[in-house]
Design a protein. Structure first.
Length: 346
């Protein structure tokens, strides 16, 4: 069943209203959804480009951080086309929920990596989640003068519409802890918090790196960000209407890194670092990796320099993207956070 029809039926079966989190789950991750169908592969032919898809510079620089723990295997969550795994020469595992993307990864990587069907009960190693958390379904909340409302989805006159109902339960408890001036609309990622707790509970020893666009809480719920962070991506064009093409385009929300850090601590893990992507990559030696390129050969150097610009520029991925590191049982300070660590902001 196409995602649009599935969502309409779900709304009908639940009395005419579903939470936006459920809408996002059906549009992206249910059978036939954007990621489940394999439509969500990053790259020039897709709807968006991730850092590993730009070339090898990101992966080669990240490998310098991973080299601090040479005996730990790597588990990548949601590996897209497999670009990062293709760059890093280590014992490598992938947990991919999309059967279509898993097939593409196997075709590209062969036997270099091993696919897992589920998160190991006890993992001793490194977990990498690059642009995964932004696609975890979020609840949409409206702070009004008369209380906290949850923004859900209805279907009438052949189209989807927003409709608000009083927030309840855990969502209400989370929302009243956010201090914003009404009226104000934004997202609360209850599922992302549960996801982080689960990762940390399964991590017996090692490191989790979450790389994504987002903010610490003080910036996430800034008074000037009063319409939230929901964004859709279609053919490398961004827009803010999540009802435009359910199942045929990406729907994302920026990551509340403070919430992820709190969830990790609740699960007994330690926050080891938090920095912008630019600062993290500079600390890991991206300029040295870039310097290894043949600067006398413009055909070689120019594309790598363009990758660096995209990865580091404040106007591109450098400032908006952040890197959060949490771990268990590690004592060595992490290379990527040796300068400019912003853990205090969490």
């Amino acid at each position: 069943m196409p995602p649009r029809e599935r969502i309409v039926r779900e709304i009908h079966d639940h009395g005419g209203w579903i939470s936006f989190a459920r809408y996002m789950e059906l549009a992206l991750h249910a059978a036939g959804g954007y990621y489940a169908s394999g439509a969500g592969e990053p790259g020039a032919a897709g709807d968006f480009v991730t850092a590993p898809e730009l070339g090898t510079l990101f992966g080669r620089t990240l490998a310098r951080q991973l080299a601090q723990f040479p005996d730990l295997p790597i588990l990548e969550l949601g590996a897209g086309s497999g670009a990062l795994a293709a760059t890093i020469d280590r014992e490598y595992f992938i947990l991919e929920t999309s059967a279509a993307l898993r097939a593409r990864q196997e075709e590209r990587l062969g036997k270099r990596v091993k696919h897992l069907d589920r998160l190991p009960e006890r993992w001793r190693g490194i977990i990498i989640a690059n642009e995964v958390a932004d696609a975890i379904p979020v609840h949409v909340v409206a702070w009004r003068t008369d209380g906290v409302m949850e923004r859900g989805v209805t279907f009438r006159n052949e189209s989807f519409h927003w409709e608000e109902r009083p927030a309840t339960g855990g969502l209400h408890e989370a929302a009243i802890q956010v201090r914003v001036p009404a009226p104000y609309e934004s997202e609360i990622g209850l599922a992302a918090r549960a996801w982080m707790r689960t990762l940390c509970e399964h991590l017996e020893h090692g490191l989790i790196l979450v790389i994504d666009y987002g903010f610490p809480r003080g910036e996430y719920y800034h008074p000037q960000r009063a319409t939230g962070t929901l964004m859709c991506h279609h053919r490398h064009t961004a827009h803010a209407d999540p009802f435009a093409r359910p199942g045929d385009e990406d729907i994302t929300a920026h990551v509340d890194f403070s919430a992820l850090a709190a969830a990790a601590r609740d699960a007994g893990a330690e926050v080891l670092g938090f920095a912008t992507q630019a600062q993290f990559l500079v600390n890991c030696g991206i300029t040295e990796v870039l310097g290894q390129a043949n600067v006398e050969n413009a055909l070689v150097y120019a594309p790598i320099a363009a990758q660096a610009q995209k990865l580091l520029s404040p106007a591109e991925m450098g400032e908006l993207f952040k890197v959060l590191a949490v771990g268990r049982g590690l004592s060595a300070p992490l290379l990527g956070f040796s300068r400019g660590d912003r853990s205090h902001a969490l």
